[in-house]
Design a protein around this ligand. Structure first.
Ligand SMILES: Nc1ccn([C@@H]2O[C@H](COP(=O)(O)OP(=O)(O)OP(=O)(O)O)[C@@H](O)[C@H]2O)c(=O)n1
Ligand SMILES: O=P(O)(O)OC[C@@H](O)[C@@H](O)[C@@H](O)CO
Length: 456
């Protein structure tokens, strides 16, 4: 398995990676169940679960030192890009937004230390320390545990509980982390489990069935897992070379070497691990689904714009998207800049882009585009009367130029144009087309269509 020993700066990696992804023809079929997993909202502040209070220090070890051979790709799966951002950054975000987690140790292969440091800087991750991994997952996790208890670090750094979570399991929610952390504090160890999907069988050396396990008696061991620091540290101190080389279960080490019987807690289906190429497509679909559940329409307060936005709200509602309708982003409405990932600027008989330019400036100041590409859609309603129709039409080049500049700031700007009609059916068809185009643009977030003025 060969891949560059030194990655160019993350932006260069993104370009290289995109080329590799094309060459790997990694555009697999879209998964059959996009968005069926209840997932944590990708960082949406209004969906932050109720604040939990944890009165003991908790740290996290994210093993990310593998090569992802089973994906068949050159790029290790934890560094595969989803809308321009590596998978590991999504996992880190899921932990760093939890207020009672004090520190996160990311364990990567030595040759990826620079890349991982770039990612931390590029996406302004906090609480993160990067340490070198080992030749196996257990060795990597142990390096992370040792880093947490490093001599010379302030005692306050040493956690009471360590959460261990594969870096390629990006969909983890605070509620479940809390359950694991509290159970680990009480019991010494705790782990996530899920029902088995397939039956487990034992085979003979000749490749025949030896016996089958009674599936109802067994569970799949997932992540996150939690341990008191002393238990996981002692377990690794005492375990064998064979454990380090071939083991896959930290809970087993706690039982075998510390006599600590882990509390098992059934977790949600979102805890699955990205392992194969198909899992990358499933993960991207879930992330896109999370980002496309709501939008905010800004009307400027004009009666025609409010009417159109109201009709649009109903039409996109039928497409499973919530649409908030506000006149502007001043006062309390400024909250939407930190809450949503999709914005629709409704303009009536306008030939200039001043409202869009103002929105782009507000979005850039809010810095939401750091973690996810934002979508801004200009919905331009042209009146049916002579004067407005004869008014100067919006120059296609104007929106294309603005969109090119916005794309550099990770904001995807699209345009949709429709014409006021006295004919009710014609008008309803137009609104329905605007809703369908809006939903598709928000869902797919395709860079290819930015700057286009689509006709509804
Ligand atoms: N020496 C290793 C091997 C694995 N891992 C990490 O352990 C997690 C779960 O392991 P797995 O899914 O097996 O990842 P890989 O070993 O990369 O996958 P593969 O076996 O397909 O190469 C991953 O986040 C992986 O990066 C690690 O930190 N150090
Ligand atoms: O074996 P892999 O390296 O693919 O993945 C690690 C998994 O075994 C591990 O994450 C859970 O089963 C819980 O221990």
């Amino acid at each position: 398995m060969k891949f560059p020993t030194h990655f160019p700066h993350i932006s260069g990696l993104m370009e290289d990676h995109h080329k590799k992804m094309q060459s790997d023809s990694c555009d697999p079929d879209r998964p059959t169940h996009p968005g069926t997993f209840p997932t944590c909202e990708a960082g949406r502040s209004d969906h932050q679960p109720a604040e939990r209070s944890v009165d003991f220090p908790v740290s996290v070890v994210l093993p990310a030192g593998g090569t992802g051979e089973r994906t068949g790709l050159q790029t290790p799966k934890q560094f595969c890009l989803f809308m321009g951002r590596p998978l590991i950054s999504y996992t880190i975000q899921a932990f760093e937004r939890v207020s009672w987690i004090q520190s996160i140790v990311v364990v990567v292969a030595r040759e990826h230390m620079d890349l991982m440091t770039d990612i931390v800087q590029q996406f302004q991750h906090t609480k993160v320390r990067v340490v070198p991994g080992g030749s196996t997952r257990h060795r990597s996790i142990y390096n992370g545990v040792l880093a947490l208890g490093e001599e010379g670090r302030p005692v306050a750094d040493k956690p009471k509980v360590v959460l261990i979570h594969d870096a390629v399991r990006p969909f983890v929610e605070e509620d479940f982390l809390y359950k694991i952390a509290m159970a680990a504090k009480e019991q010494g160890a705790a782990g996530a489990i899920r029902p088995l999907v397939s039956t487990v069988i034992a085979t003979t050396s000749e490749g025949y069935l030896d016996h089958s396990l009674e599936r109802a008696k067994y569970r799949a061991s997932e992540m996150p897992q939690g341990f008191t620091y002393d238990v996981i540290y002692q377990a690794y101190q005492k375990c064998s070379e064979s454990d380090f080389e071939f083991g896959t279960e930290c809970l087993h080490l706690a039982l075998q070497y510390c006599g600590t019987n882990a509390k098992l807690i059934q977790g949600p289906p979102t805890l699955w691990k990205v392992t194969y190429k198909r899992d990358l497509a499933a993960a991207e679909s879930i992330i896109k689904d999370t980002l496309s559940r709501s939008a905010c329409a800004i009307t400027g307060g004009s009666a025609q714009a409010v009417t159109l936005a109201g009709a649009l709200q109903k039409a996109v509602g039928a497409l499973n998207m919530e649409l908030a309708v506000i006149p502007d982003l001043t006062g309390e409405n400024g909250w939407y800049l930190l809450k949503d990932w999709n914005f629709i600027q409704v303009s009536v008989n306008r030939s200039c882009l001043s409202e869009v330019e103002a929105l782009l400036t507000d979005l850039e100041a809010a810095k939401q585009a750091l973690l996810h590409p934002l979508v801004v859609i200009l919905v331009l309603l042209n009146g049916s009367d002579e004067l407005s129709v004869s008014g100067r039409a919006l120059e296609p080049e104007a929106i294309m130029d603005l969109a090119s500049a916005a794309k550099l700031r990770n904001i995807l700007l699209y345009g949709i144009q429709l014409h006021q009609s006295e004919d009710t059916q014609r008008w309803e068809r137009s609104v329905s087309r605007v809703a369908e185009i809006t939903s598709a643009l928000i869902r797919d977030r395709s860079p290819a269509l930015v700057g286009q003025l689509l006709q509804a």
